[in-house]
Design a protein around this ligand. Structure first.
Ligand code: ADP
Length: 259
């Protein structure tokens, strides 16, 4: 029988079960690694043709503008939306694989969170005019971080709040700074999340298994990325939810210190 190395100790008489467990474990790790590699390769492979398609669309758009062909421009607009959607998915896939590889690069700049939230809210409202988004403004709140990545956090949370409120109920956002931190609440009155699944929704590719949510599309990447960005900024994210009543996501981020 071959000696097996476990934590630096060689057991000559290894019980069969233990060996089987170890093989299982390394096979599982290898499978995980292959899955990570696949996600990374797939996202890069998808990005290249997508960039080419976007470029061609831009060229055709320019040509159509010159020739003033409104019908063809409308047809082109119908292609642009799904291409944008595809681009968002591929960017999220890339983010997931960058998180796995620990290779996300963050900028360090001054971010006015109140202004950022106003901007994000306006953009989302433009995309979903039938939903009411209420942003209760308060005092200014500045912090040091990556503006685009923080924008991604709130875009994701507010978009989810709308997506999981199919009856078009209002989404409320409020920002309340304290002495050394700022707290943002994103509250919806939508489907809610079953209690036993609350701690899982920040995991990679997790989607709530609930009949009412079943028809809503998504891949379970957004909150995983959101949690990672918040963590990088030294903050926390929590969720409180009641099925049928709605959910509140709370993000707390450390404020910029004067010094
Ligand atoms: P996606 O929405 O693409 O599936 P996310 O990572 O953004 O992925 O969210 C993970 C899961 O958490 C979703 O599939 C959904 O089940 C649940 N979820 C997220 N936000 C909300 C919300 N505001 N209300 C109800 N469920 C939510």
């Amino acid at each position: 029988r071959l000696p097996v190395l476990v934590g630096g100790v060689i057991f000559q008489e290894q019980p069969r079960q233990m060996v089987a467990f170890m093989l299982d474990n390394s096979a599982r790790k290898e499978l995980e690694q292959r899955k990570d590699d696949f996600i990374s390769m797939a996202s890069h492979e998808l990005k290249t043709p997508l960039t080419a398609v976007k470029l061609q669309i831009q060229l055709v758009r320019k040509r159509l503008e010159k020739q003033s062909q409104p019908e063809a421009a409308t047809t082109l607009a119908r292609v642009e939306d799904p291409v944008k959607q595809l681009e968002r998915l591929v960017t999220e896939l890339l983010d997931v694989s960058r998180i796995q590889a620990g290779s996300i690069e963050y900028r360090r700049e001054r971010v006015d969170l109140d202004e950022l939230l106003r901007e994000v809210t306006a953009t989302i409202h433009h995309l979903h005019p039938s939903h009411t988004i209420l942003f209760r403004e308060s005092v200014r709140a500045s912090l040091i971080g990556d503006r685009d990545r923080l924008g991604q956090v709130f875009t994701n949370l507010i978009s989810n709040a709308i997506k999981y409120s199919p009856d078009a109920e209002a989404v409320e956002i409020d920002l309340s700074p304290s002495e050394d931190a700022v707290t943002v609440h994103v509250r919806d009155h939508g489907l809610g999340i079953p209690r036993e699944q609350l701690d899982k929704i920040f995991e990679r590719f997790y989607r709530v298994t609930d009949l009412r949510q079943g028809a809503i599309p998504g891949l379970g990447m957004g909150l995983y990325i959101v949690a990672e960005i918040v963590k990088h900024h030294g903050g926390t994210i929590t969720v409180d939810s009641t099925v049928g009543k709605g959910s509140t996501f709370t993000v707390t981020l450390p404020l910029m210190r004067d010094a």
